[in-house]
Write a protein that binds this ligand. Structure first.
Ligand SMILES: [Zn+2]
Length: 270
């Protein structure tokens, strides 16, 4: 096998898409040819890098389907065949797979980087999470036993903090489940209460009052000597307050002033 032929097959070998016969001939070439072996190792390393970068970065929702449905990028219905470099750069062919790979890295990684969802304040992200919970996009772990839910959540944050919880039974609202979400790298404990056609979701995370969004109106409760930050987004109302190093946000479909009154009534002055 000549170097040229070997290099044609290197990407396929990295992708484990070679026949047994191709594999044995390329492997025997790689044993003898330092140059091709170097290219092979580089490709393996690059594939690992891209895989790791892909796991770290998240493209905006809908981007994948937008790209897949763009006929300029994928003209035909068969798009699952070919190596991964061909899938990324299908329109171009390169005599040197390593060059195609290098270009893929240079072009795609910065693109992924810039297409990351801009990080919004954790408080607004909480409202978004609540919207997704209501819409069924985020499924909560169903647990009506608050103790059990609480233990599970505390374990999820390695005991660093405990979820804030409320007794809303006087309003016929009961905890139905919870979930742990990571928002901008911060673990957030989420507990959902429902009843009477209302949903109140409690978000607990480590933070400061700086985590309140700029749009919030601040209410100082002189009796409890605490600030309450009230804000709305996408038809949902939210109230944020701080207890020590813990931030609690309640997000609900109940009117904003009622939610504020409820939080003020439920909070124990420290
Ligand atoms: Zn060679």
């Amino acid at each position: 096998m000549k170097c040229e032929d070997a290099q044609e097959l290197i990407t396929a070998l990295v992708d484990k898409q070679v026949s047994d016969q191709e594999r044995s001939s390329i492997e025997s070439h790689l044993k003898d040819c330092q140059r091709c072996r170097f290219i092979y190792e580089q490709e393996q390393a690059l594939k690992r890098e891209i895989g790791a970068a892909g796991a770290r970065l998240h493209a905006p929702a809908g981007l994948r389907s937008k790209i897949l449905s763009d006929r300029r990028i994928f003209p035909g219905p068969e798009r699952s065949s070919g190596s991964w470099t061909e899938r990324i750069l299908p329109a171009w062919s390169f005599p040197r797979p390593a060059l195609a790979l290098a270009l893929a890295v240079v072009l795609i990684l910065p693109m992924l980087y810039f297409m990351r969802t801009p990080s919004e304040p954790i408080s607004l992200a909480a409202v978004e999470i609540q919207r997704k919970i209501i819409g069924g996009e985020i499924s909560v772990r169903k647990m009506s036993n608050l103790d059990e839910l609480r233990k599970w959540q505390i374990r999820a944050v390695n005991g660093e903090f405990t979820p804030m919880e409320y007794d809303l039974s006087s309003m016929n609202m009961l905890p139905v489940g919870g979930v742990v979400q990571e928002v901008n790298g911060r673990k957030t404990l989420v507990t959902v209460y429902t009843g009477n056609g209302l949903t109140i979701t409690c978000f607990t995370f480590l933070g400061t009052e700086e985590d309140a969004p700029k749009i919030a109106s601040v209410f100082f409760d002189p009796e409890k000597k605490m600030n309450f930050y009230s804000f709305s987004k996408d038809g949902l109302n939210a109230v944020l307050h701080r207890e020590g190093s813990i931030i609690c946000i309640l997000v609900s479909n109940m009117p904003g002033d009622e939610l504020l009154a409820l939080v003020r009534a439920k909070v124990q002055p420290s």
